[in-house]
Structures are given as C-alpha cells and as structure tokens.
Design a binder for this molecule. Structure first.
Ligand code: XMP
Length: 513
C-alpha cells in the first residue's frame, strides 16, 4: 500500500527539509519533490496537500523556477512559504516586485482582521522569521491579504474558497514562535489530514516492499557496522530470512577494534556475517589521492567492485541492500538537477558508478537518522548499539586530509581511540552526535624531552546534531580536552599538537572532507 503524502515542492530553499521534518514529527507522511516535477508524476502521488517551499530566486527573473498553474486547480489545499507564496501570487495573476526594504530576521506578525482560519492557534504579535527581498504588490484575483509585518504589507494571503494560502514567513524554523503549531493547525484542522505515519507502519510496509522487490531471488547487504546498515540488514533479514546475506568489507579504513566489536554485536543479533578482506585493494586505489571527492568516488566504486566480485563468486545475486538515508539522497542531488548544490558525494549515493550490476534495495531512503534509531529499537536492537555515533561510509579516509597511507591510518586510529575513550567515560557522551579525531597534513614544531619534534597535527571534532544536516560545536570540558591532548601527544608517535575544531555546520561540514 502506498501512502498519500503531503507533497512539498522544493524551490531550492535550504530549509525545505525542515518542513518535511516538522510534518513527520506530527506523524503525517510527507515527501519532497523538485518544483520542476511534471504534473502527471505529482498526480500519481495522490497528495493530500501541497506545500511550496522557499527558494533563492525572484519570480520575475528569467529562468526562475515556475509553478504549473494546473496544480492550483487540483482542488488540493496549498500553502506557499516565502518564495512559495510569491510564486503562488505570480502564477495566480498577482504582482511581485523587489521590495524597497529587504526584510531579514525576526519580526512581529499581525494577522489581518478577517477571521482567517489560519490564525486560530497563532497569537497576534508572534515573532516570525522573515528572509526575503521581494514582496507582493498586488494580490491575485480571489485572494485577500491575511497578515502583515511592520515592513511587509502582504505577509500572508489566502483564497479561502479554494483552500490556497501563503505566508511570507518561515513556520518551519524555531525562530518563528508557534511555527510548528501553525503547520499542524494547517494540516490537521484546515486540510483535515489525520495521522497516517508511524515507524511500525513503515516497518511493515517495507518488509512487504522488500519481499515484492526481491521476489524469490537473493539479497546481499554491505554492513558497515553503523546503525544504518545494521537496521537495513535487520529489516531485510526479517523480510527474506535465509535469502539474505550480510557481508562486511574490511576496507582497512576502520577505527580501532571496530571489526572485532562488530562481529560480537552481530552474532548476538543472529545475523550471520561474512568478512571480506579488501584492505589491499582499497589502499592501493587510494594511494596518492588527496582530493576529497576523488577519494569518495574511489571508495564508492571499490565497494561496488568488491561486492560485484563476491556476489559473482557465490551465484547470481542481483540485489544489493544499502542503508541510504533521506539526507544522503537530498544532499547529493541538487533541487534543480544542476551540479551546484552537490556538497559531498556520499559514498552510498553519488559514489556509485553509472552502470551498476545491482538493483538497489534501500529501505531507509525515506528516513532521517533519528528515525532510523527509533526503528532500530523497534527491531529489537539494544540501546548501546542504537546510540552509537554515526561513522561515514568512506571511513577514516575522509578524516585523513591528504593522501591515505597505512601509517597515517594507524596514527589516526590510535588518536581517535583516545578521543572516544575519554568522551565515552565523560558526561558529554549523551549530548554528542559525533566525536572523533582528524589527522591534518600539516606538520608543526614541538619539543619533547629536550628534543625538537616536527610532526603532524590532530584535530578533535565534537558536535551536537539532530540529524547531521546542521550541527553545533559541543565545547568539551577543558580538563577532558587537556587529557586527550596529553594522552595523544604522549602515546601516539607522529602527533605533537592537538587542536579543537570550533566550527558549526553550516558553514563547515561535520566531516572534514
Ligand atoms: P557532513 O560531513 O556532510 O556529514 O556534515 C553529515 C553526516 O553524514 C555523515 N557522512 C556520511 N555518511 N556516507 C555515510 O554513510 C558518507 O559518504 C558520509 N559523509 C558524511 C557524517 O559522519 C555526518 O554524520
């Protein structure tokens, strides 16, 4: 059974995913599609409502992403947000121009005195986040103004008869007080959409979907030891039992003790695991490569090659399961199909070669990380496993800046083990999304004993995050930092200086490459 989504049309805003998150938190199923999606495809989704996201363009510029007017005639409730409201006004026959004053930041919002159903749970004077340079100067026929801020006379509009609404502010961010309640009120009360999305339902649907997709064939799965691939494996194992085969590729880019710990954990979960030793292949291919994107592509390709080889050796396996998550999908594809928004090629999406010998089974493709954790618990994973920090597919290779060698891997493994040990023994652990060491291709001078040293620098990264899309620096206790630094410099040959990374995401990313 396919679920009807609240469909979010993405006009290129950095905040589009926040809209999807907020709606999922209400247990309502939502999907994001590019604004350019053809009408037929949108119709086939059978959406319950349309939300038009914000975006960086101006509606009057040539090439600005457009809205198909037929979407407004489908009888669906529509909410336009920021650019979404402007494109709504423009398409329905209103006029949008550059504003005299650009409006950025939090403003008090005043609902119009017209008893609009929009504001039943949204008190007058609520602070709202505004971020726009254009404004509506004439409303489309059938629409009336529904609210204003001190600088924007049309900060909301509505056509109640058609159920089409627009707000210039961003309800999907925490800076807009009551924004989530506003969205909930819109979807639940105005659109009449009931809760339709739970993880238990997701689990049942996807077990069935895997059985349908794979039919009577076999499925193999690349386990990385992280939560994503493990939950993928549990789900696939539940669907296919002995026709599911879990492999673990030892790519030589693992953290200290990772393989032995993983073996123990999977054993207790009842998943038979086969380890393929591909250390030489990965390191050979990575030799002398310093460019982060090249590294990612090489690693992605090597994974597929190893699996292709192993699958062939065992029989004719056509299906490969991967723990691809929603943020991986979104961050690797630009909203408008262009290359500009590609930030990193996640090894399990952008790194795949064009012609792959496998059909992919990606049962977590619609989930955010915290939802995968909850699903893991639903599948019986112990808490200790579920709360593991994420570890990226390309492993330590993207934490060694510059080229990857066995010697550098060994240095990073030791330094990273110290960071993990100290953080895990501290109260910081529960607040952290990730904490790890990075090896920099920079040498600096030090003094040990009475001798001069000239060795590498290691950076410590410790961040808080909900889903990896944004992250805040978590400032570790100075005593812990000092202990980490002391232990690394004293015991890891090759490092004589330790620094702490104080950059949030954005503008930095969590991994250094
Ligand atoms: P960035 O560095 O993009 O990372 O801020 C966001 C989150 O994603 C993880 N990450 C990856 N996970 N394959 C993965 O499975 C990848 O290629 C990859 N790159 C980054 C990263 O550890 C962080 O949690």
């Amino acid at each position: 059974m396919t679920l009807s989504p609240v469909l979010i049309l993405d006009f290129g805003s950095q905040l589009t995913q926040n809209i999807a998150r907020r709606i999922r938190e209400m247990e309502i199923y939502s999907e994001i599609l590019p604004a350019s999606t053809p009408l037929g495809e949108i119709r086939r989704k059978n959406p319950l409502a349309l939300i038009l996201s914000g975006g960086p363009a101006s509606v009057y510029e040539p090439g600005a992403p457009a809205l198909d007017p037929a979407l407004l005639e489908m009888g669906l409730p529509v909410l336009g947000i920021c650019y979404g409201m402007q494109i709504l006004a423009h398409t329905a026959g209103g006029k949008v121009e550059r504003a005299k004053v650009r409006e950025y930041g939090v403003q008090p919002f005043s609902p119009a005195n017209n008893a609009s159903p929009l504001w039943q749970v949204f008190p007058a004077g609520s602070p709202v986040l505004m971020s726009h340079g254009d404004t509506i100067i004439s409303l489309p026929p059938g629409f009336s103004a529904a609210g204003q801020t001190p600088t924007t006379p049309v900060a909301a509009m509505e056509n109640r008869k058609k159920g089409i609404y627009g707000v210039q502010f961003h309800p999907e961010v925490t800076q807009t007080t009551g924004g989530v309640e506003f969205l909930r009120h819109f979807l639940r009360d105005i659109c009449g959409i009931s809760k339709n999305w739970t993880l238990k339902g997701y689990l049942d649907r996807h077990v069935e979907a895997i059985q349908t997709q794979v039919g009577s064939e076999h499925l193999i799965c690349a386990l990385s030891g992280g939560i994503d691939s493990t939950v993928t494996a549990l789900l696939c194992h539940r669907a296919l039992k002995s026709r599911f085969h879990a492999f673990f590729v030892d790519n030589g880019l693992l953290r200290k003790n990772e393989l032995s710990e993983l073996r123990g954990d999977l054993d207790s979960l009842g998943i038979p695991l086969e380890v393929i030793d591909a250390r030489t292949l990965f390191l050979d291919r990575l030799r002398g490569v310093a460019d982060p994107e090249k590294k990612r592509k090489i690693i992605g390709r090597a994974f597929i090659d190893v699996f292709g080889r192993e699958a062939k050796r065992r029989g004719d396996y056509r299906f490969l399961a991967q723990g691809t998550l929603y943020p991986d999908v979104i961050e690797s594809v630009s909203s408008f199909g262009g290359p500009s928004a590609v930030i990193k090629s996640h090894h399990n999406v952008g790194g795949l070669p064009k012609r792959m010998p496998f059909a992919l089974v990606e049962p977590l493709r619609e989930l955010f990380k915290d939802e995968v954790r909850r699903l893991g618990r639903e599948l019986g994973l112990p808490d200790r496993f579920v709360s593991r920090q994420p570890f990226p597919g390309p492993g330590l290779a993207i934490r060694i800046l510059g080229s990857v060698t066995e010697e550098r891997l060994e240095i990073l493994r030791e330094a990273d083990a110290i960071v993990r040990e100290e953080v895990e023994a501290s109260p910081h652990r529960s607040a952290l999304w990730q904490y790890f060491a990075v090896l920099l291709p920079v040498k600096s001078v030090g003094v040990m004993g009475d001798a001069r040293t000239y060795e590498n620098v290691a950076a410590i990264r410790a961040v808080q995050s909900v889903d990896g899309m944004t992250a805040d620096v978590h400032f570790l206790d100075p005593a812990i930092l000092a202990r980490i630094s002391h232990r690394i410099i004293a015991t890891v040959p090759g490092i004589n200086r330790v620094v702490f990374d104080i950059s949030p995401k954005p503008p930095s990313t969590i991994e250094w490459e």
